[in-house]
Design a protein around this ligand. Structure first.
Ligand code: SIN
Length: 485
């Protein structure tokens, strides 16, 4: 059992229409701790019936919720935010146990997740329309923004708290109702959020959390439903493409936050200590399991060796271990398959000529652990250059000119984040404008914030989460043309 001050936060049922359902107790879904490879608990698995009930409940609840005032919705979101922060220690214990990240990092995620509730509680009051000057003296033209309706959200395991609030908060603020299907590996954080939402006074059916042994059937029920008018997904590009296809028949609006392959570019005029600090934060946060992680380090040949030496020295200070233990700064990967996949990518690079500066050997701490790894002499035919690594591996490649760096940076199909370290302001502008991505960190390794737009271009997806733009994905613009004036 997890050491919780409030054991009621550890829920083992799905949450449908304001009720905790035992669903199908014959089929249990097991939630494991990736650090110890032991069972945390079993969850009663839901299926198509419960998903349909959640959809119907969300449709019914929408009639009430969309007609509440913005300040009513804002007060509930704000209350939910406060309850999350009051319970941050328990929520971090649950999150760290099911996901693996160190407790301190789990607390940071929970604060980050809660910040979306506070931000969108405030934005709920600022969903403005327009008055458009008409070409006819007898007309007045207006726009209003209305909630898009019933939303489905499919969320990932790497941020089991924040990726839920980043979707749920703008949806609820806009007056939509929402059904969340969290990742099968990390449903407990989602359930704990639902418990606190209920305590905050969120009406039944406005927010449901559904999970089961057959996620494909649950996903298909959500995407096939004509009642669901929008899907928001965070996850792999492969699954995102499939979901877009599934949403085509009902012409749903989709927001896709898909995989990245962020270049981290260090010029020879960069402050190298700052670059290393940024690299450590960007690369090793969540053991390298973030979509905006630095995936490829492009370093000018004049500072290649010095940057590598400094990065190796900094990475050696990381402490790999069970995230529940104090002093641990790098947790396990989500499971054994993830660690094996990372090792396969590293082995491919070594076989093609990469040199190991640090790590690159499976850890003896357990099958889900992978040590901080730094590889040099990377070339563009290696998988670590072309694929999202999703692990604590830093491949470094040297470049000679700005033009070459840009070409290398833009060469993949992903376009989520990029990082740029230089002191030259003209280059900062040139480069930032020419990078094919949605987010640029300039002399900064941590770019995520509820106040700024998060999202990608190319095959990293569409839509923006957070910021003043984040609510747009959950509203429709209605144009009113008034004649006879
Ligand atoms: C992600 O990896 O999907 C999100 C990371 C973040 O919000 O920083």
């Amino acid at each position: 059992m997890l050491p919780l001050k409030d054991p009621k936060l550890l829920k083992q049922q799905v949450f449908v229409n304001g009720q905790w359902h035992h669903a199908n107790v014959k089929d249990m879904l097991t939630v494991n701790n990736p650090a110890t490879n032991s069972k945390i608990c079993d969850i009663a698995s839901a299926g198509i019936n419960e998903t349909q009930q959640a959809i119907n409940g969300a449709e019914q609840a929408l009639q009430l919720w969309r007609n509440t005032t913005a300040s009513y919705r804002a007060n509930i979101l704000k209350h939910w935010h406060d309850l999350i922060l009051e319970n941050i220690e328990d929520l971090a214990v649950i999150l760290s146990a099911e996901q693996g990240k160190p407790l301190e990092e789990a607390q940071s995620e929970i604060r980050y997740g809660a910040s979306y509730l506070e931000w969108f509680a405030e934005e709920a009051k600022r969903i403005y329309g327009d008055v458009i000057p008409s070409k006819q003296a007898s007309q007045r033209l207006l726009t209003i923004k209305q909630p898009i309706g019933v939303v489905a959200a499919i969320t990932p395991w790497n941020f089991p708290n924040a990726m839920i609030t980043r979707k749920v908060a703008p949806a609820l603020a806009a007056g939509c109702t929402i059904i969340v299907k969290p990742a099968e590996t990390t449903p407990l954080s989602a359930f704990a959020l639902a418990e606190l939402a209920q305590r905050a006074g969120l009406p039944s059916g406005v927010f449901s959390v559904i999970i089961g042994l057959d996620p494909i059937a649950i996903g298909k029920t959500l995407t096939d439903s004509p009642i669901v008018t929008k899907l928001s997904f965070t996850g792999s590009t492969k699954v995102g493409k499939l979901l877009i296809k599934q949403c085509a028949d009902t012409v749903k609006k989709v927001s896709m936050e898909l995989g990245g392959n962020a270049p981290f570019i260090v010029f020879d005029d960069a402050d190298l200590d700052a670059a290393v600090q940024g690299a450590m934060a960007s690369k090793f946060r969540n053991a390298g399991q973030t979509c905006v992680c630095a995936n490829r380090f492009l370093v000018h040949k004049h500072v290649y060796q010095e940057f590598t030496d400094k990065l190796v020295a900094a990475a050696k200070k990381l402490t790999l271990g069970n995230g529940a233990k104090s002093g641990v700064t790098l947790g396990p990967l989500i499971n054994e398959a993830a660690a094996q996949n990372v090792h396969t990518l590293v082995s491919d690079a070594i076989a093609k000529g990469a040199k190991v500066q640090l790590g690159a050997k499976p850890s003896n701490l357990g099958a889900s652990f992978y040590p901080p790894t730094i590889l040099t002499d990377i070339s563009t035919n290696m998988r670590v250059f072309n694929e999202e690594i999703f692990g604590p591996v830093a491949p470094i490649i040297a470049f000679e000119s700005e033009q070459q760096a840009l070409q290398l940076a833009n060469t993949t199909q992903a376009g989520l984040a990029a990082y740029l370290y230089t002191q030259n302001y003209a280059r900062i502008w040139r480069f930032s404008e020419n990078l094919e991505c949605g987010i640029v960190g300039i002399n900064e390794g941590i770019i995520s914030s509820e106040v700024a737009p998060f999202g990608g271009v190319k095959q990293s997806g569409n839509g923006r989460e957070g910021s003043k733009y984040g609510i747009d994905d959950y509203t429709e613009i209605k144009y009113l043309c008034m004649g006879g004036i």
